[in-house]
Design a protein around this ligand. Sequence first.
Ligand code: SF4
Ligand code: SF4
Length: 71
Amino acid sequence: MTAASTPPASTYVFLDSCTACGACLLTCPEHAIVPTLPLQVRADRCTSCGECVEVCPADAVLEVRRDEARA
Ligand code: SF4
Ligand code: SF4
């Protein structure tokens, strides 16, 4: 039995090096990034695809795996 809504495997943290260029917002296929300062990821939409990490020119997106976060 699995729960109907499984949380994504990772959460994402935006570091101070973010220049607010908007690349991750435009790239996210799920429109999961909320354009606040700092940016936030909606856990109910994010699929942990990692594209925001890949596209960021400032290395400002940090992936935090939930299993590591619990450890
Ligand atoms: S991991 Fe994928 S779905 Fe989640 S915020 Fe980044 S680009 Fe969007
Ligand atoms: S791509 Fe990187 S620098 Fe650009 S808005 Fe997103 S987190 Fe900030």
